[in-house]
Ligand binder design. Structure first.
Ligand SMILES: [Fe+2]
Ligand SMILES: [Fe+2]
Length: 375
C-alpha cells in the first residue's frame, strides 16, 4: 500500500521525482516562499573550502604517528575496556583504537555522502523554488564535507572503511523515499543530530588538531541544516492529524531504536578485527558482558552523547508524545531533557566559527582551482 504524503504547509509540496514537466510549469516559479531566505543568504557568510589552505591545510598538517598515539583517547574504544584487551599487546591496542576511529570517521564520510544525495533528491521533488534553493545550497555544503572527510581519511589512513549495513540501509531508504517527512525527520533530524553529537565529541576530545579543525568547519554548516529540519517541524507538527502524528512518531521511534542498537557495534565494524585474529561474535559477547544497560544510560547523561542529542532533537521538534515516550525514557530523564535549552549541541561553536570565517572571507580572494587539461 502506498502511504499518503504529509504536507500541511504548501512549501513542502512535492512532485514525483520523474515529473520534470511540473517544475517548468510557468505558474510554479512565482510560488516561492521566503521561509528559507535567511538560511540561504547565510551560506556566503560561513563559506569555507576544504582545498584552500586559508581554511584548513591538509598538506602542512603535522604527521600523526598512528603506531604511537591514538586519535581519540583510548576510553572511546569499548573493546579496550573488556576481555578483548587481554588478547592484545600494547601496539595492537593502539592499532585497534585507531582502526575503530577510522571506522567512525568513515561512517561520517558515508553520512556526508548520504546527506548530499538526500539534499539533491529534495531538489528534485520539492515544488517550492525557495525550498529547492535551500536544498541546492545544502547539497553544495554536503559536497564540501565529502571532500573534507575524504582528504582527512587519505591523509591519516589512506582509504575509508566500508559503511556498516545499518547506516547504509537507512540512508538508502531515505534517499530513495518519495516522502518528505521521512527525508527530513530521518536525515535532517536523526542523522544530522547524530553527526552534531559526534562532531562535538570529536572536537572536545581528539588529539589530532587537523581533525579538530575539520569538524569545527563542518559544524558551522551543519547547524544550519539542523535549522532547516526545525523549520519543517515548526510548520508541520502542530497541524498533523492524529493518524499522521502517530505515523511520524512511530517511524521515528523505530528508526531511533535501530540506530541505538546497531549504529556502532562489533557486527557493523567486523572487518577491523580480522588482522588481530579476533572473531567479531566473540568481541560482541565480550563487550556485552562488560557493558550493561546501566553503563549505556550513564553515557547518555553527557550532553554530547549522540543518542541524547538525537532524543532531544525529536522531543524539541514535538515528535515524541506519551505514545512513544517510554522508548526513550528507559535511557534518559525526559523531564530533565525537556527543560534544557532548545539549541542543538555545538551551536555555540558553530556561531564562533562563522565569525572567524567572515573575517577570512573578507580578505581572502577566492582561490582559483587549476583546470585540468582533458587531453
Ligand atoms: Fe554535512
Ligand atoms: Fe548536513
Amino acid at each position: 500500500m502506498t502511504e499518503k504524503h504529509i504536507t500541511h504547509d504548501p512549501i513542502y509540496n512535492t512532485v514525483h521525482r520523474d515529473d520534470f514537466y511540473s517544475l517548468i510549469d510557468v505558474d510554479r516559479y512565482g510560488d516561492r516562499c521566503s521561509a528559507f531566505d535567511g538560511i540561504i543568504s547565510a551560506t556566503e557568510d560561513h563559506f569555507w573550502d576544504p582545498i584552500d589552505a586559508a581554511y584548513i591545510d591538509f598538506r602542512a598538517a603535522k604527521p600523526f604517528d598512528l603506531a604511537e598515539d591514538t586519535i581519540m583517547p583510548r576510553h572511546f574504544t569499548v573493546e579496550l575496556s573488556c576481555a578483548v584487551a587481554d588478547r592484545l599487546d600494547e601496539g595492537q591496542k593502539i592499532r585497534l583504537a585507531n582502526q575503530s576511529t577510522r571506522f567512525m570517521i568513515s561512517s561520517l564520510l558515508h553520512g556526508e555522502q548520504g546527506a548530499m544525495s538526500l539534499s539533491a533528491s529534495l531538489c528534485q521533488i520539492l515544488r517550492d523554488p525557495g525550498a529547492q534553493e535551500y536544498a541546492a545550497n545544502q547539497t553544495r555544503e554536503e559536497a564540501r564535507h565529502v571532500t573534507g572527510f575524504t582528504r582527512y581519511v587519505e591523509t591519516r589512513f589512506g582509504k575509508p572503511l566500508k559503511a556498516g549495513p545499518t547506516l547504509a540501509g537507512l540512508m538508502n531508504e531515505l534517499v530513495g523515499s518519495p516522502y518528505v517527512y521521512k527525508k527530513l525527520v530521518g536525515m535532517q533530524m536523526l542523522i544530522e543530530g547524530l553527526a552534531m553529537g559526534a562532531f562535538s565529541t570529536i572536537h572536545a576530545h581528539t588529539r589530532d588538531p587537523l581533525l579538530r579543525r575539520l569538524v569545527q568547519l563542518v559544524m558551522s554548516d551543519e547547524a544550519f541544516h539542523h535549522k532547516f529540519g526545525k523549520i519543517w517541524a515548526d510548520r508541520t507538527m502542530p497541524s498533523l492529524t492524529e493518524e499522521e502524528h502517530e505515523r511520524v512518531e512511530a517511524w521515528a521511534a523505530q528508526t531511533f531504536q535501530k540506530l541505538l542498537f546497531n549504529l556502532v557495534n562489533a557486527e557493523q565494524k567486523q572487518e577491523i578485527y580480522h588482522e588481530f585474529g579476533l572473531d567479531w561474535q566473540w568481541v560482541r559477547g565480550s563487550i556485552l558482558e562488560a557493558f550493561t544497560d546501566a553503563d549505556r544510560r550513564q553515557s547518555m547523561t553527557e550532553s554530547t552523547n549522540i543518542f541524547r542529542v538525537l532524543i532531544k532533537t525529536l522531543l524539541k521538534a514535538g515528535i515524541i508524545t506519551d505514545r512513544t515516550k517510554h522508548v526513550y525514557a528507559q535511557w534518559v530523564d525526559m523531564e530533565e531533557l525537556a527543560l534544557e535549552h532548545d539549541e542543538v549541541v555545538g551551536s555555540d561553536l558553530a556561531e564562533a566559527t562563522t565569525l572567524e570565517l567572515r573575517e577570512i572571507n573578507k580578505t581572502r580572494p577566492k582561490m582559483v582551482r587549476p583546470l585540468r587539461s582533458s587531453s
